[in-house]
Design a protein around this ligand. Structure first.
Ligand code: PRP
Ligand code: URA
Length: 218
């Protein structure tokens, strides 16, 4: 059963409204949550989100021999899915999803937000060469102004990708709108839709700086 909730004002966004996701998101937001637990929670929530993000994966019928007889089953078809974490914080979402989809490929996009302008600065890009034939799941826990996600999608499209979806944990309405304006074809699956951004571009109520909380930096 799907637990996805859509928003009429934000048509590209779907929020995964599962009790386990809501429970774990509350622990993730808590300022007292340790770095170790934060990392475990990001991993677990990403895995739960991936379940919802893959409901439309294409299948092909395959034969299978059980211990009793031959029958038919199903295998995921097509080129392997590509997970693309936006460094740094997106890295925390990779392992959980790989446990569900171990054959997925992993690309990387290095971006950080300039603290003064809040605009993304890119420093690394690597994805599989045959990007036009693959499905991409862009991973970043935070969709704040949307600048980083929009820049990452632009880079993926320049490399030939055209089936791209963003998986995040906390989305701000401002970020969903900016990404939809720049890339209306890219849908967003998030574990939560928060209220707004503060004057420093942080999501409220949010969870703080995802990269710092994940890696224990400040
Ligand atoms: C955070 C987050 C996103 C970005 C979101 O990364 O992981 O990539 O900010 O903000 P935006 O929607 O306004 O662009 P940050 O720039 O802090 O880099 P880091 O992960 O290396 O700490
Ligand atoms: N990046 C973060 O890590 N947190 C926010 O609230 C906004 C951007």
């Amino acid at each position: 059963m799907s637990v996805a909730v859509t928003h009429p004002d934000l048509p590209t966004l779907t929020v995964v409204d599962h009790p386990l996701v809501r429970h774990k998101m509350t622990l993730l937001r808590d300022r007292e949550t340790s770095t170790k637990t934060f990392k475990e929670l990001v991993d677990e929530i990403a895995m739960l989100m991936a379940y919802e993000a893959t409901t439309d994966l294409a299948l092909e019928e395959v034969p299978v021999d059980t211990p009793l007889e031959s029958t038919h089953g199903w295998a995921v078809s097509g080129k392997k899915l590509v997970l693309v974490p936006i460094l740094r914080a997106g890295l925390g979402m990779v392992e959980g999803i790989l446990r569900l989809i171990p054959s997925a490929r992993v690309g990387h996009i290095g971006l950080y937000r300039d603290h003064d302008t809040l605009e993304p600065v890119d420093y690394y890009f690597k994805v599989p060469g045959d990007a036009e034939a693959r499905d991409f799941l862009l991973l970043d826990p935070m969709l704040a102004t949307g600048g980083s996600a929009a820049a990452a999608v632009t880079s993926l499209k320049r490399a030939g990708a055209h089936r791209i979806r963003l998986l995040c944990l906390v989305a701000a309405p401002e970020g969903v709108r900016r990404l939809a304006d720049a890339h209306p074809d890219v849908s967003v699956l998030s574990a939560a839709l928060d209220r707004e951004l503060n004057e420093s571009g942080y999501i409220l109520p949010g969870l703080g700086d995802a990269g710092d909380r994940l890696f224990g930096t400040r």
